[in-house]
Design a protein around this ligand. Sequence first.
Ligand code: HEM
Ligand SMILES: *[C@@H]1O[C@H](CO)[C@@H](O)[C@H](O)[C@H]1NC(C)=O
Ligand SMILES: *[C@@H]1O[C@H](CO)[C@@H](O)[C@H](O)[C@H]1NC(C)=O
Length: 508
Amino acid sequence: MQTEHWEFLKNQSENVPLLITTALGTIAAGFAIHFARRTVTIQRGEPPLFPGALPLLGHVIRYGKDANKVYQEASEWSKDKAPVSLSLAGKRLYVILSQKDVLAVWRAKTLAFDSVCEWGMVSLFGMTAHGAKQMHDDPDGKGDMYVNQHRFWRDALGPGEDLNLITHRFLEYLEVNIEEFEKTLPKDNSGVEVDLFTWTRDRIGISATNAIAGPNLLKLDPKIMEKLTKWESEFFLLALGLPRWALKGPRENLEDMIKTWMKLGVSPDMLPPLIERTHLVIAREASDWDVAASNLSLWLGTQANANPSAFWVIYQILLLPADMRARVEAEIAPAFDPATNRLTDLNHLINNTPLLTSIYWEVLRLTAGSASVREVEEDTMIGGYRFCKGAMVMIPLRLQHLNEDVFGDDVDTFVPDRFLRNASELEGNKKNPGIKVLKPFGGGTSLCPGRHFAINEIFAYVATVLRKFDMELPPGQEVAGLRTSVPSVGTLPPDRDVRVRVRMRKYE
Ligand code: HEM
Ligand SMILES: *[C@@H]1O[C@H](CO)[C@@H](O)[C@H](O)[C@H]1NC(C)=O
Ligand SMILES: *[C@@H]1O[C@H](CO)[C@@H](O)[C@H](O)[C@H]1NC(C)=O
């Protein structure tokens, strides 16, 4: 599949540099290719150039085939995990490898995120270039929208009224969603077999969509969840910024979704901060199309990582040995009304379920595939090296999660109770560094503001389906792993379909 895409690009693209990235950093790579400063030689003080750069192309082919692997190799090659320079068809990219440098990059004011956002609005979310520029205007004294957005979302989705509202709405929609599914089950309780990835998306994703956009969105286009999945899988093509004709399918899919959002128009059921945000876009005289693209981008952001993360959490629980699975079920039980099996105590789920919580963070450790990206606005010193103006900085977050020095010799294994283990009782080179070292939500100005809601929705979904249903993996089905060879938006998808038989659960 990967080779096919590769061939496709090689034959079709004209003046577009060839590049396919794997999961890590698709956005960044696309951006770098289009905007990063052209440099051929390493300047004085810049991080050392990773060996093997070809004339003109630099590392672009290796990087294009498997960016993940290039990061791994760079990490092994670099002394003391100092930053490394890559050359992508003459464009400079610095890869950050040590935790200390990650934090320094997130702190540095001269390493900016806004230009990456502006580019993404156009390439990934379908805004017109003119519309994306208009977001810089300041007709109402509320500032440049790229600059103020981080604080805006931090306030809107941080602990408080709006977070409570969206969570409350989500829980109501989830309950209805699950009830509707129950009605489709056969009366003899033989259950149905489902594809766990899609099934999860249609429970948690639809409930979150209704909570955020109001229920009309799915009424206008009942197929929009499928379009979401299609967008996720074609995301990297959009990121490459191929000529329009080469992007026909992905663009049509994207434009279909924008049109649905245009039809939705003003909806009082939308989440208040989303409405407020839209008024800012409208005040900047954006066209209806661009307002809809902006609305769409916010919705996609709420879906892209949360749904696959929820899939991984429930799947890993289904794979647990029986005694551990029983521990999770005992932990969540007090959150439910025993008579009706309704979820009545979300606080209990979030605060009093040590094993479920450890599993959640262990899932994010291994499956969060995003890269944090910055553009160098002024020459900046990081880790003793000079980062030159115009270059791109890339932090592959997952690399930090696979560091044996931090996580010990079982770093590559899924360990459900990793974050509960008593460090002083562990044998060999096993560790428990705590969840603070994990960075699945990025950091600095662009730290994910949705992380509080993500925990609420994922815990609620997982606990509810565990409580309500008997979920059984068919015997003989191979265990799915992470698909790292194909680009993803963020959270890595499974490398094969996962089938599950779902039945109502009977309690004595
Ligand atoms: C497990 C689920 C999630 C993961 C792993 C995740 C991860 C991320 C990451 C890595 C970033 C970029 C950070 C950076 O560049 O440094 C981000 C940004 C963002 N996320 Fe999430 N996210 C999740 C769920 C959500 C949810 C549920 C929402 C909304 C309700 C959301 C809203 C956003 C927004 C608005 C941004 C842009 C922030 C900004 O530019 O200031 N995310 N997320
Ligand atoms: C986007 O959402 C806002 C908030 O509900 C709404 O007022 C606006 O009409 C929407 N715009 C488009 C073009 O869909
Ligand atoms: C961890 O193990 C040590 C040694 O057995 C013990 O003294 C300590 O109380 C344990 N800590 C916790 C938090 O259980």
